[in-house]
Ligand binder design. Structure first.
Ligand code: PEP
Ligand code: MG
Length: 579
C-alpha cells in the first residue's frame, strides 16, 4: 500500500482499477502482460509498424515534391529500419519471451540498436542514432495513440492515471466508465481540473510521479476531497473509504432535494445560481442540479474537440441545441477563449514562451477576424431562439472592447444585408479577469451590460502564479486580500453603474467563499453544476445581515490564512456538514 498526496481538484471518493497512460515524453516503463495478452500485443505492434510505414512513405513523397529527392532520401533509412526483418524479429521475441508490452519491446530493441550505432567510430553511423530515436518515437506514438483510442471503448469502470491530460482529452473521457483520475502535474484551476468538476468525477492532480508508481491493473483509491491517492490499499483502508463514499452519496442525495428551491436568504434576499458548461449536453445535468441558466458557456471546447475549425453552421447548431435545452433560461455565450492551456493544433504552430500572457482569448480573435466573425454570426443567428447574451473574455483595454463591438456591428450589418434575422439589443458583457480591468471598471461598466468575474485568471494575474503549475499551487489562493479587494471593487463598480455582476471562476462554486461573495453584494454565481446545491444550502441558511457582517470582517484581515480560517468557522456555524 502506498499513499500519495496531491491537490484534490474534484471532490468525492472512488475505488477502482487503474489504467495508466504513458507520459507525453514517451518514457516507457517495463511492464508485463498476462500470457493470453501476448498475441494482442503482437497485433498492436504490427499495426503500429504498418501505420509508421504508411506515414513515412507519405512524408517521403511530400518532402520529395517540396524539397527534392535528395532530401527525401533521409526517410529511406527510416523506412529501411522499419522493414528490417532482424529488428522486427527482436521486437516480437521480446514480447513473446518476456511478455513485454509492445511499447516496452520497441523501446528496448531500438535503444539496443542505437547503442550499437553509438559505439561505432564512423560519424555517419553516430549521426544515425538520432534517426533511430525518431523512428522509435514514431512507432511509440502510434502505440500510445492506439491506447488513447482504447479509452473510448471501455467496458469496465477504471481510474485513469496519466502524466497530464489536456482539457479536450478530459472533456472527451467516457463518462460512464472513467470514474476518476490522478495525474502528475496541474493546479486547481487548470481547465483539466475544471472539466473534472463539471463532469463530477473525483480527481487529484499535481502528484509528481504517480505514473511511475502505479501499474495498469492496480487497485487505486482517489480521494478528490482530501487530495489523496492510495495505491493497492489494505482491507482497513478499503473499508474506511467505502464508508466515506457512502456518506458522500447520502449527503448529495439530501442536497438534491434543494434543486427546485430558490437561492434565497432567510431574510428574503434572492440571488441567481447559474452553471458553467463546456458542451450543450452538459445543460441537462446542470438543470437537474438547479441551475437557473448558463452563466458561462466555454465555447472553445467545441474547437478543442475537433481536428478542424468548426464551421459557422456547426456552431449555430450547437448554440441552437443549447437554447432548446434551456427552454427560455438565459445562456451567456463566451466568445472563443483559446490559447494558454487550451491549444488547438491548427492554431498554435509556433509555441509561445508565456502563453498565458500571449496571444490568447480575445487577442487571438482580434488577430483572426474571419474566425471571430464566423462565431459571432453563429451567435447572432441563434439569438432569435432564446435568451442569448454575449461575453468577451480577457478584455484588458477599452480599445479591445470597442474593437470587439465593432466586429459585432459589422456582423450585424452583414446579416441585415443578407436578410437574416437576429436580435439587435442582445446584452453584451465582459469577463473581468485582469487586474487592469478592475482598476478601470467604472469606464468599462459604462460600455457593457454586465460583468462576470473570472477569478481563475484574476488570481493568477494578480498574484503572478500560473494556475496550472503544481509547483506554485500553494501560492494560488482566492483568499489573498488583494484578490478580495479586486472582487469587492468590481462588484461596487457594477452597482454604481447599475449593471449586474457575477462570479464565474471556480471561487463562485466554492462553498468556503459563498458567505463572503453574498455579503459583498454579488447577485449572480455561476459554477459547475454539481456545486450548486451546496452553495444554495449555505445561502438559504444565512441572512444578508450576517453575510454582510462576515464580508466586513473578512475585508479587515491582512492574510489569506485568517480569511480562510474565519470563513470556515462562520460557514460551519450555519451548515456544520459543509466541506
Ligand atoms: C476564469 O478565468 O475564472 C474563467 C471562468 O475562465 P476560464 O477558467 O475558462 O479561463
Ligand atoms: Mg479565464
Amino acid at each position: 500500500m502506498e499513499i500519495k498526496k496531491g491537490i484534490g481538484v474534484s471532490s468525492g471518493v472512488v475505488i477502482s482499477t487503474a489504467v495508466v497512460l504513458d507520459s507525453e515524453d514517451l518514457l516507457i516503463r517495463e511492464r508485463q502482460v498476462e500470457p493470453d495478452q501476448v498475441a494482442h500485443e503482437l497485433g498492436r505492434l504490427d499495426s503500429a509498424i504498418a501505420s509508421g510505414l504508411t506515414d513515412l512513405a507519405g512524408l517521403r513523397e511530400s518532402v520529395a515534391a517540396n524539397a527534392g529527392k535528395e532530401v527525401a532520401g533521409i526517410f529511406d533509412f527510416h523506412l529501411g529500419v522499419l522493414r528490417d526483418k532482424s529488428v522486427l524479429r527482436q521486437i516480437s521475441e521480446e514480447i513473446r519471451k518476456n511478455r513485454s508490452t509492445a511499447e516496452y519491446a520497441v523501446s528496448t530493441v531500438m535503444r539496443r540498436f542505437s547503442n550499437s550505432f553509438l559505439a561505432m567510430s564512423d560519424p555517419y553511423f553516430a549521426e544515425r542514432v538520432k534517426d533511430i530515436h525518431d523512428i522509435e518515437r514514431r512507432v511509440l506514438r502510434n502505440l500510445i495513440g492506439q491506447k488513447h483510442e482504447d479509452l473510448l471503448h471501455l467496458t469496465n469502470d477504471i481510474i485513469l492515471i496519466a502524466h497530464d491530460l489536456l482539457p479536450s482529452q478530459t472533456a472527451a473521457l467516457d463518462r460512464n466508465h472513467v470514474k476518476g483520475f490522478a495525474i502528475d502535474v496541474g493546479g486547481r484551476t487548470s481547465h483539466t481540473a475544471i472539466v473534472a468538476r463539471a463532469i463530477g468525477i473525483p480527481a487529484v492532480v499535481g502528484l509528481g510521479n504517480i505514473t511511475a508508481e502505479v501499474s495498469g491493473g492496480d487497485t487505486v483509491i482517489v480521494d478528490g476531497t482530501r487530495g489523496v491517492v492510495i495505491i493497492n490499499p489494505d482491507a482497513d483502508q478499503l473499508d474506511e473509504y467505502r464508508l466515506a463514499g457512502e456518506k458522500i452519496v447520502l449527503h448529495e442525495s439530501q442536497l438534491r432535494g434543494l434543486a427546485d428551491l430558490q437561492a434565497e436568504t432567510k431574510d428574503g434576499h434572492v440571488v441567481s445560481l447559474q452553471a458553467n458548461i463546456e458542451f450543450p449536453e452538459d445543460i441537462d445535468g446542470a438543470l437537474t442540479h438547479g441551475a437557473q441558466g448558463i452563466g458561462l458557456y466555454r465555447t472553445e471546447f467545441m474547437y478543442l474537440a475537433s481536428e478542424v475549425e468548426p464551421s459557422e453552421e456547426e456552431q449555430y447548431l450547437a448554440y441552437a441545441d443549447a437554447l432548446k435545452r434551456l427552454g427560455g433560461k438565459p445562456l451567456v455565450i463566451r466568445t472563443l477563449d483559446l490559447g494558454a492551456d487550451k491549444y488547438v493544433k491548427y492554431k498554435n504552430l509556433s509555441p509561445e514562451q508565456n502563453p498565458f500572457l500571449g496571444d490568447r482569448s480575445i487577442r487571438m480573435c482580434l488577430h483572426d477576424i474571419p474566425m471571430f466573425k464566423r462565431q459571432l454570426r453563429a451567435i447572432m443567428r441563434a439569438s432569435m431562439l432564446g435568451d442569448v447574451r454575449i461575453m468577451f473574455p480577457m478584455i484588458c483595454t477599452i480599445m479591445e472592447l470597442r474593437q470587439a463591438r465593432m466586429v459585432l456591428n459589422d456582423v450585424m450589418e452583414e446579416l441585415e444585408d443578407e436578410g437574416i434575422a437576429f436580435r439587435r439589443d442582445l446584452p453584451i458583457g465582459i469577463m473581468v479577469e485582469v487586474p487592469a480591468t478592475v482598476i478601470q471598471a467604472d469606464q468599462f461598466a459604462k460600455e457593457v451590460n454586465f460583468f462576470s468575474i473570472g477569478t481563475n485568471d484574476l488570481i493568477q494575474y494578480t498574484l503572478a502564479v500560473d494556475r496550472t503549475n503544481e509547483k506554485v499551487a500553494g501560492l494560488y489562493c482566492p483568499a489573498h486580500p488583494a484578490v478580495l479587494k479586486l472582487i469587492r471593487d468590481t462588484i461596487r463598480a457594477g452597482s454604481r453603474n447599475s449593471i449586474s455582476v457575477s462570479v464565474c471562476g471556480e471561487m463562485g462554486g466554492d462553498p468556503l467563499y459563498t458567505l463572503l461573495l453574498l455579503g459583498l453584494g454579488l447577485n449572480t454565481f455561476s459554477m459547475n453544476g454539481p456545486d450548486i446545491p451546496e452553495v444554495k444550502k449555505i445561502i438559504r441558511s444565512t441572512t444578508m445581515e450576517d453575510a454582510r457582517r462576515v464580508a466586513r470582517r473578512v475585508m479587515s484581515f491582512d492574510s489569506e490564512r485568517q480569511v480562510m480560517h474565519f470563513l470556515r468557522e462562520e460557514t460551519r456555524k450555519i451548515v456544520p456538514e459543509a466541506f
